[in-house]
Design a protein around this ligand. Structure first.
Ligand code: PLP
Length: 480
């Protein structure tokens, strides 16, 4: 047993207070090298409760978030986060559960994760699910590792993975980090996979193909069954980037389309908080070909008890500490149960209707590069406005002056001056009308007064920032 460590901060605080001794049982003093021990108290701001509260209220007022207004970020799906999700995740049995608690003491938590995995399995049309990955990107990494393991088990890992040129940047990154070569496949004039180009790249070195469906233009890949057959015919597997699953939940299933593995962004499709609002969660669902390779532990049901099974000889190992981000599992489970199958299907349908309604209001003012009817999001080009000297970035900045968050811009890369708009299902017609009016007014401004657009924002707490400089020279000190 290591001796008990007395973790003593034996110096005086700034105002002469002696800091408390902190006993950390089970830690050896040698664990923390002397050179890393503090010699002086940290200089923390000393302010009253009033001042602290006002500081954070002021910051939260400067921030923009989904509770404050419309957030049309395409691809990222800034969905409404129902308040009931917060209620259930804050319940003591969920919020205070400890990852090292004995399995017998956390049967409820294990049951919740087991049930959530079952629901995601059904929604995706797959045969097994791992809740471990902490984000879509980590789900991609997991999925490609599964594909690699599958080919390893067949005796040859192969060397390349095909990725359409409309894909999200995380796709080729996940391919590269898994030791594969990412090969880009062209999109055709409809914005979907060019089958001739695909055919030319198919051979026995193809380990698989990653596809987003609906794709990042918001367009459904109607040739998906054909694509699946083509990739499978050369022995490859098909990965679905499930970031856009919110357009198709309850309507079509990745498993039925021929995918072998899909990641599901709970923070997109299943209403758990996004970005700064909380950690992500990117469960992976697979069919029988990949089931035996899933990360451990796998939650299994044995005679009405739930157990963690680490004994899976084929596993790729662990992907995340413990079982992933449990708080997100509680929120997604709440969302799925509180909507039910009809509610979830209705949300998908409404997301598609809202996007198409908004597009109908904007398509005359902006260029629509791909004409196919979109699903839950659409991509415009500001090429026409650029001829008047106003770039997409300027339009995005000007939208802030109208009180909205900007849409996703300059993505997907195959569209010049891209504006990618996703309203989501919960927005009212009034909100969509007001947002469309703002964009149409900005279009008018590009003709009558372009300077007001190119110099925007005028009303935000700060004007234009040098993002690259800020990223290179991070300054997070409370004072110089
Ligand atoms: C968001 C997104 C990802 C990555 O997911 P994260 O959860 O942000 O890691 C991948 N592909 C597409 C199309 C996305 O929109």
């Amino acid at each position: 047993m290591p001796e008990k460590l007395i973790f003593e901060l034996s110096h005086k605080g700034r105002k002469g207070y002696t800091l408390p001794r902190i006993d950390v049982p089970g830690l050896s003093e040698k664990l923390i090298p002397e050179k890393l021990m503090r010699k002086e108290a940290a200089e923390l701001p000393e302010v009253s409760e009033n001042e602290v509260v006002r500081h954070f209220v002021r910051l939260s007022n400067m921030n923009y978030h989904i509770d404050k207004g419309f957030y049309p970020l395409g691809s990222c799906t800034m969905k409404y986060n129902p308040k009931v999700n917060e209620k259930t995740s804050a319940m003591a049995g969920n919020a205070d559960v400890h990852p090292l608690a004995p399995q017998e003491a956390v049967q409820g938590a294990l049951e919740l994760m087991y049930n959530l995995a079952e629901l995601l399995r059904e929604i995706s049309g797959m045969t097994a699910v791992s809740l471990q990955p902490a984000a879509g990107a980590q789900g991609e990494l997991t999925g490609i590792m599964l594909i690699r393991k599958y080919h390893e088990s067949k005796g040859k890992v192969r060397s390349k993975i095909l990725v359409p040129d409309s894909a999200h940047g995380t796709n080729p990154a996940s391919v590269a980090i898994s030791g594969y070569k990412a090969v880009s496949i062209k999109s055709n004039e409809n914005g979907t996979v060019d089958l001739d180009d695909l055919k030319q790249h198919l051979d026995d070195e193809v380990a698989g193909m990653m596809l987003t469906n609906p794709n990042t233009l918001g367009i459904f890949e109607t040739d998906i069954v054909k694509i699946s057959r083509m990739v499978h015919d050369v022995g490859g597997l098909l990965y679905m980037d499930g970031a856009n699953l919110n357009a198709i939940v309850g309507l079509v299933r990745p498993g039925d389309m021929g995918f072998d593995v899909v990641h599901i962004n709970l923070h997109k499709t299943f209403s758990t908080p996004h970005g700064g609002g909380g950690p992500g969660s990117g469960p992976v669902a697979v069919n029988d070909k990949l089931k035996e390779f899933l990360p451990v532990p796998v939650i299994e049901k044995l005679n009405d008890r739930f157990v963690l099974n680490y004994n899976k000889p084929g596993t790729i190992g662990k992907i995340h500490s413990f079982f992933g981000n449990f708080g997100m599992h509680v929120r997604a489970y709440t969302y799925i149960l509180s909507h039910g199958p009809d509610g979830l299907r209705g949300n998908s349908v409404n997301a598609v209707i809202n996007a198409n309604y908004l597009l109908s209001k904007l398509r005359n003012a902006f260029v629509l590069p791909y004409k196919a009817r979109p699903m839950h999001e659409f991509v415009l080009s500001a090429d026409r406005q650029k001829e008047r000297g106003v770039k997409t970035l300027d339009i995005a900045k000007r939208i802030l002056d109208y009180g909205y968050h900007a849409p996703t811009i300059y993505f997907p890369l195959i569209v010049h001056e891209a504006l990618m708009i996703e309203p989501t299902e919960t927005e009212t017609k009034e909100t969509l009308d007001a947002f469309a009016d703002a964009l149409l007014k900005i279009d008018e401004e590009t003709k009558s007064n372009p300077e007001v657009v190119t110099s925007a924002p005028a009303t935000a707490p700060v004007r234009r920032l040098d993002d690259a400089y800020a990223a290179r020279k991070v300054n997070i000190c409370f004072k110089e």
